[in-house]
Design a binder for this molecule. Structure first.
Ligand code: HEC
Length: 309
């Protein structure tokens, strides 16, 4: 009896679930959600091909140096690189003296304490320091940027969908005016005061003013491509791939070595298997079908032969 009642209670729950499922589904189709400005006007990241792409990709050292220059002269005013140390720049081809000079001349100083008074102070950076954040804390960062916090860029290419291609698209994707279609259809999505319209940003408007605006904003050393807006955006995106994964080349190299090793091991394993099983399999074949049910069948066939006629 108890089982019967419990079964009924269970059925009741299932019934309620089914009813709510059908009611919600019917409501979704009869009354579909309103499209939003983000859904209609957001662009997917543009194509970007970098030397470090693909399973065998290697960094283009010259490009990383150019990207670092863009970071230093443009982005470092608002964004830190708290997971990268000045001495890591040796991987981009700078020698010890150059790294020392870069740290020494860095525009933002490193926080420290005055040894005599114990008060907060700053000092020049040394190669062992990480790239300092331009703001002492998040409140200061927000106060200076229309209440938005410029994120640390060390891992940004890993933290955003489409990584470097997204950064490149964001930097080159600002539009001075919103499409008239957007303002007409979604008056509420008009870019607020102090924000900038960029269809590559998920919410279409962001607090970062266009950082790279004019060709030649950064002067590249001779022997490099001309510093067009597009080139600078590409270079800094390539640089941010390096900051997020400085050991990418080693990973690609060991990945290749491991794949080749596994391939050879598989081939050897296959031949070892053939070798070990060769005699056993051969024996089975020469002695014929030994399974009891086969023996039984043979016996039956023989018996039937005897009775026939
Ligand atoms: C004037 C200060 C300023 C400069 C210069 C600047 N940024 Fe920003 N950046 C910001 C602010 C503020 C935000 C946060 C925007 C927001 O969330 O609305 C931001 C956000 C970003 C984001 C994150 C976007 C996201 O998807 O959340 C990236 C990536 C970025 N900046 C890259 C750069 C690069 C690369 C440079 C140099 C070429 C640069 N920024 C220069 C202020 C700046």
């Amino acid at each position: 009896m108890l089982r019967f009642i419990l079964g009924l209670v269970g059925l009741g729950f299932v019934g309620v679930l089914l009813i709510s499922f059908f009611v919600t589904t019917a409501d979704y189709f009869s009354n579909p959600p309103e499209p939003t400005a983000e859904q209609e006007f957001h662009h997917h990241a543009k194509e970007l091909h970098l030397a470090s792409d693909g399973p065998l990709g290697q960094f283009d050292e010259k490009q990383l140096q150019r990207g670092f220059q863009v970071y230093k002269e443009v982005c470092a005013a608002c964004h830190g690189l708290s997971l990268v140390a000045f001495r890591d720049l040796a991987a981009l081809g700078y020698n010890e003296a150059e790294v020392k000079a870069i740290a020494d001349q860095w525009a933002i100083q490193v926080p420290t304490t005055n040894e005599e008074t114990g008060e907060a102070a700053t000092r020049k950076a040394i190669p062992a320091d990480r790239f300092p954040s331009p703001y002492p804390n998040e409140i200061a960062a927000r106060a200076a940027n229309n209440n938005a916090n410029p994120p640390d860029l060390s891992l940004i290419t890993k933290a955003r969908h489409d990584g470097a291609a997204y950064i490149y698209s964001l930097l080159t994707g600002y539009e001075r005016n919103q499409p008239t279609e957007l303002v007409r259809k979604f008056p509420a999505a008009k870019t607020p005061q102090g924000l900038y319209y960029n269809p590559y940003f998920p919410t279409l408007n962001l607090a970062m003013p266009p950082p790279i605006t004019t060709n030649g904003q950064v002067t590249y050393a001779p022997g490099n491509p001309p510093p067009s807006v597009d080139q600078m955006a590409k270079d800094v995106s390539a640089f941010l791939v390096w900051t997020a994964e400085p050991k990418l080349e080693q990973r690609h190299r060991s990945g290749l070595a491991v794949t080749i090793f596994l391939l050879i091991a598989t081939i050897i394993g296959y031949f070892a298997y053939r070798n070990i099983w060769a005699t056993h399999k051969a024996k089975v074949r020469t002695t014929g079908p030994l399974e009891p049910h086969n023996i039984a069948k043979t016996q039956i066939a023989k018996d039937q032969e005897g009775v026939a006629g």
